[in-house]
Design a protein around this ligand. Structure first.
Ligand SMILES: [Zn+2]
Ligand SMILES: [Zn+2]
Length: 217
């Protein structure tokens, strides 16, 4: 099994749209197509990947604004996030406008994901982990074979997701990170929703919010 990944930063918020694919079959998934759909579709074409699903970590407009267009262009279904983010996925365009940005299109027809669900593509599988706190319906996509996690806005290199948005909660987010992500192992590489990739071990050693020292663990 060989998992390949390409990160495509999109939107003025530099959101990491992520293309994951199986090198053996060239089947793949697009995670969080925030906007700038042409850029995303160009990247897909360059890899020669057949997109079999459009996956969403959570409902914020900078992560989902291009999902409907990518789904229509590729014929792939939209999966995610967890249903608790429906209050966001149905107001994508309106949310972007609040920031003076093109929020993209509201999401319809998507399949909601639950903790423990799996998303297959080619010879690869992603496991869904429900990680509320930044938003109530946030999910993480984890590939156990490669030890790679797309964590959206849950965790960043040296930081964590904001919890001051509607229905955000810091204790819930901290619990999601320390009880749901850390047990996957320090050698897991994470791709965050914004900024550079990292490993869980580095964050446990140095993260000022959820590092072991910060939490007195
Ligand atoms: Zn977010
Ligand atoms: Zn974000």
């Amino acid at each position: 099994m060989t998992l390949k990944a390409a990160v495509i930063p999109v939107t003025p918020l530099a959101q990491n749209c992520t293309l994951l694919w199986c090198a053996e079959t060239l089947e793949g998934v697009v995670i969080d197509p925030g906007n700038e759909v042409d850029t995303i579709l160009d990247a897909v074409r360059q890899t020669g990947v057949t997109v079999v699903a459009v996956l969403l970590t959570h409902g914020h407009f900078d992560h989902v604004g291009g999902a409907m267009d990518v789904a229509e262009a590729t014929g792939a279904p939209i999966k995610g996030p967890h249903a608790d983010d429906e209050f966001l996925t149905t107001r994508v365009h309106e949310s972007g406008a609040k920031y003076g940005l093109d929020g993209g299109r509201d999401i319809t027809g998507n399949a909601w994901l639950n903790d423990g669900d799996t998303v297959p593509f080619g010879n690869e599988t992603l496991t869904v982990i429900h990680t509320p706190g930044h938003t109530p319906g946030h999910v993480v996509f984890y590939n156990a074979a490669a030890k790679v996690a797309q964590v959206g806005d849950v965790l960043f290199k040296g930081s964590i997701g904001r919890t001051d948005f509607p229905r955000g909660d810091l204790d819930t987010l901290t619990h999601s990170i320390t009880r749901r992500l850390w047990p996957l192992g320090g050698d897991v590489t994470f791709i965050p929703g914004h900024g550079p990739t990292g490993t869980f071990a580095e964050e446990r050693a140095t993260n000022p919010f959820v590092g072991d020292a910060a939490l007195g663990a």
